[in-house]
Design a protein around this ligand. Sequence first.
Ligand code: ADP
Length: 347
Amino acid sequence: MPIVSLTNVSKAYPSRNPGDGEIVAVDDVTLEIEKGDVFGIIGYSGAGKSTLVRLINALEPATSGSILVDGVDITSLKESELRRIRGGIGMIFQQFNLFSSRSVKANIAYPLTLAGWTKADIEARVTELLSFVGLSDKAKAYPEQLSGGQKQRVGIARALATGPAILLADEATSALDPQTTHEVLDLLKRVNQEQGVTIVVITHEMDVIQTIATKVAVMERGRVIEQGDVFDVFSAPQNPASQRFVGTVVKGIPSPAELAVLRERHQGRIVTFSFRDGDSSQAQVFLDLASAGLDFELVFGGINDIRGRAFGHLTLAIRGEDAAIDSALAAIGDRVEVTEIAGEEAR
Ligand code: ADP
């Protein structure tokens, strides 16, 4: 059974400019998050990601559709019951949202105090959490004395304090440098693997999805335009909009500007071959082209790795008789994905 299940969920806000009607921030979204997933939601700013998160943790009501959390339809719950649902969901934020006037220890203890834990239990739990996030020596420090990465570790410890089944991370590494981002992502991986917490990662950074997510949903203008296994979505995006999105972050796909340069510098037809692990070998593609008597040159390429599985794109300029190129590409196209960039498109 999925731990979060959204069916035809929409959320509309009245426009901030009176008379402009409404803004549909989340538009007919259907998705399922399985227990134990690290589920990434990626999209540009304004795509509706944060709104979706506020719907999942019941901070705002949906306009329509159903939202099941752990099998319970939260769209029909009373406020008192919603509080219990929220208690099972931890949250971390881009700006950490720590209490600056409280020590690290008091920040982590806060949700436990709210939940009515005894002093002794709080003490033991905070000690355990500090050790888990690697900040045992910072219990008495104040947030301003910590680095960004340390602040986010405190945020994670606080979010985990009451033992939630779900952790929502809203742009949780967007304020951090790349090195610190990776340390925080490693910690989130441990939260998922060692504590079995399902994690929903909201981000505009592909790198974050690539590093920790197992599943991904791509959002654009309130809609989920594509979702699935991270490897599948990034190695072979189906939707034109997600192809554009993936193309900006995946290595080896030439941008329109890069294509224009390739077109100018190289004679022949510009063709991209996309390889996924398990596809026939790259050598076979080159052999097929050579044995068809074609001349070719590797002009662009890149290889990507997603949790040990590789995929990549190689772009060749191919020269020879058009008919010979056509039949070679048709034969190769049975085994690997072949995309030819028409001359006009590349200009
Ligand atoms: P993201 O997190 O992907 O950047 P958001 O969910 O914040 O996107 O926003 C999606 C759209 O909904 C945007 O057009 C935004 O301006 C609008 N929006 C979000 N919250 C509100 C609100 N409280 N009132 C009106 N419009 C909102």
